[in-house]
Structure formats: C-alpha cells, structure tokens
Design a protein around this ligand. Structure first.
Ligand SMILES: [Zn+2]
Length: 137
C-alpha cells in the first residue's frame, strides 16, 4: 500500500489502554485491532456529522460564517482529488461586495452571498448602498 494513503494521529495512552482492554474483553464486536476500532468510531462520528455524505448529494455552494464583513462559502465545484471544495470569502464593504477568489463583484459567489436571507437582513439593516444590489424578495 502506498505510504501516503495513511496518516497517524496521537491519542492519550490511557484512552488507548482502555480501548485495547475493551477490544480484548469483547471479541464478539469483531475489532481486530486498535486501528479497526478507531476507524469504526471515526466513521460513525463522520456519518453523524455528515462528513462522509457523497459529494454529489451536497449543494455546489454552501455558506457558513456569516458576518457584516462577509460570508465564507464552500464551493464544491472547485474540489479536486485532494479537497472536496474550496473555501471562498466574499467581503462586504458599504458600497461594494467582493469575491476574493474571482476578484469580482459579479460572480456566482457574490450572487449566492447576496441571496442568503441572513446576509440580506444584515446589509439592509446597515442601510449600505450595496443593499441595493439585493434583489427584491
Ligand atoms: Zn467568485
């Protein structure tokens, strides 16, 4: 197997000892090794947090970290073999909105940002001229 297919993480020795004891005491669980257990536990958490959801089921653009200064957008269309997407910042200024990725005020990221209800609310409350860019609901 290629070396770079795996990466290690360090866990507290006490925790590892407890897990190993559990694995020995519960052969019926089917864990052959500590790695087995950890992989299973991590997968379960990832599934709970929807980290492992198939990329195709997810929207192309998703926003998070909304503030009056801007929005962070995850653009999944810009993903590659390594990353599942690219984080893009769209900045709000009183008279201007700017996508740091496209260097534009008129790209799909800006469009997307200005259509987020929370963003509209923030910009309209600010009364910034940029709020005129927001399409009427
Ligand atoms: Zn853009």
């Amino acid at each position: 197997m290629p070396m770079d297919k795996y990466r290690g993480v360090s866990l507290q020795r006490e925790l590892i000892n407890l897990i190993e004891e559990y694995i020995k005491a519960h052969p019926e669980m089917g864990y052959k090794s500590l790695a087995d257990f950890v992989t299973d536990a991590v997968r379960e958490k990832c599934s709970e947090l929807k980290i492992l959801v198939a990329t195709s089921d997810l929207p192309q653009l998703e926003h998070f970290n909304i503030s009056e200064n801007g929005v962070r957008i995850l653009d999944r269309s810009l993903g590659n073999g390594v990353s599942k997407g690219r984080i893009i910042d769209v900045y709000f200024k009183p008279n201007k909105v700017l996508c740091e990725y496209c260097g534009s005020d008129n790209c799909k990221h800006v469009e997307f940002a200005l259509n987020i209800p929370k963003v509209r609310k923030i910009l309209i409350e600010k009364g910034w001229p940029i709020s005129k860019r927001i399409k009427e609901v």
